[in-house]
Ligand binder design. Structure first.
Ligand SMILES: C[S@@+](CC[C@H](N)C(=O)[O-])C[C@H]1O[C@@H](n2cnc3c(N)ncnc32)[C@H](O)[C@@H]1O
Length: 187
């Protein structure tokens, strides 16, 4: 009986840790979700987020003008938080509901009231009213998205792509920022 209680206690503690881990970080569910949907999640490193925004600012300073900024595949929301901090009206879209929940709670925790996150396939979005599009996506997805960009984006919209280039849009900048290659395009 004594041994039974000890084992039950250890299992209880283990489950408690496991559930807290999943709830706090969501990575467990996210990994399973990724395996099923084949949509990999890799966030831009925290320390490089500001560096990327600084580069964008140096090419075209649109900060503080309430321009519309979207992150297509917004993950845990870190890009959107920085966009809001810099005075954009920013919206994140991601199909992974766990990441949407994490982004939502991170916004609450940080006290960022105007962060918006939607669980939506970005191929189903209307992109015609957006000023800046941010993407950190693999080339096969980017290739399909680029046709949508060419069809829907208004003249002057900027597309910021981390690590992978677009093939058809007019490139206005390339740089190496922190760990990443950064490509900026203008419609
Ligand atoms: C490499 S992560 C980038 C995360 C975030 N933008 C960042 O830089 O930290 C790509 C994200 O795109 C999402 N994604 C992939 N295909 C999608 C689609 N069709 N619609 C919405 N989100 C998608 C994935 O769930 C994943 O979270």
């Amino acid at each position: 009986m004594h041994i039974f209680l000890i084992v039950a206690f250890i299992i209880f503690i283990f489950l408690l840790f496991l559930i807290s881990y999943i709830l706090v970080f969501g990575f467990g569910i996210t990994v399973i979700y990724e395996l099923v949907t084949k949509m990999p999640y890799a966030p831009v490193r925290d320390e490089d987020v500001k560096i990327i925004f600084n580069r964008l600012k140096s090419i075209k300073n649109l900060e503080g003008q309430r321009k519309t900024f979207v992150d297509l595949g917004s993950g845990d929301g870190r890009i959107i938080f920085e966009a809001i901090r810099r005075g954009f009206d920013a919206i994140g879209y991601d199909l992974n509901f766990v990441l949407n929940i994490i982004a939502f709670w991170k916004a609450k925790f940080k006290g960022i009231k105007n962060a918006k996150f939607y669980r939506k396939d970005f191929f189903r979005l209307d992109l015609s009213n957006i000023d800046i599009v941010f993407v950190y996506l693999y080339p096969n997805v980017l290739a399909k998205l680029e046709d949508k960009f060419l069809k829907e984006l208004k003249a002057g919209t900027l597309v910021v792509s981390v690590d992978y280039p677009l093939q058809k849009m007019k490139q206005i900048d390339f740089s190496k920022e922190g760990k990443y290659k950064l490509f900026i395009y203008e419609k």
